[in-house]
Design a protein around this ligand. Sequence first.
Ligand code: FE2
Length: 173
Amino acid sequence: MTTLSIYHRPQISQPMQQLTTFDDIASLLASAGIQLEHWQTNAPTADANSEAILHQHRAEIERLKQQEGYTSADVISLTPEHAERKTLREKFLQEHTHSEDEVRFFVRGSGTFFVPMGDQVFQLTCEAGDLLRVPANTPHWFDCGEYPDFVAIRIFTNPEGWVGHFTGRETFH
Ligand SMILES: [Fe+2]
């Protein structure tokens, strides 16, 4: 289930607000400039390759490219057996920005994004079918969990320029 918890920073022990209704979450995020959509998706078969996954969602990807000027898309997946899972998780857990939007569509599995907004932090757990667009230069971090297990489409303006700029601020998860 897609969920949004809002924490007061730095007092993070109890959320100030928790939302579990998709439309409520999407409209609250929209008021903060973050786009959340839900797309139809079917869980990919075990042998589905990136091309097949991109092909299944080509219409929605094309729409976003037209709307926002994105130029390319690829597929990222992480499994609980991934040799680098701990290192990758630690990297994603550091607060960072990008000079372009972070656009993710969850094809399978789930992941949790954290986006600070003033003295609050939005904790958004996305599941299969969720498309999230975090605007360029918005600080955020991501938790894929101790045993990550997801497949996601990434959509870019310029994949070469898509690097994280780390803020060094303290995070939680
Ligand atoms: Fe990011």
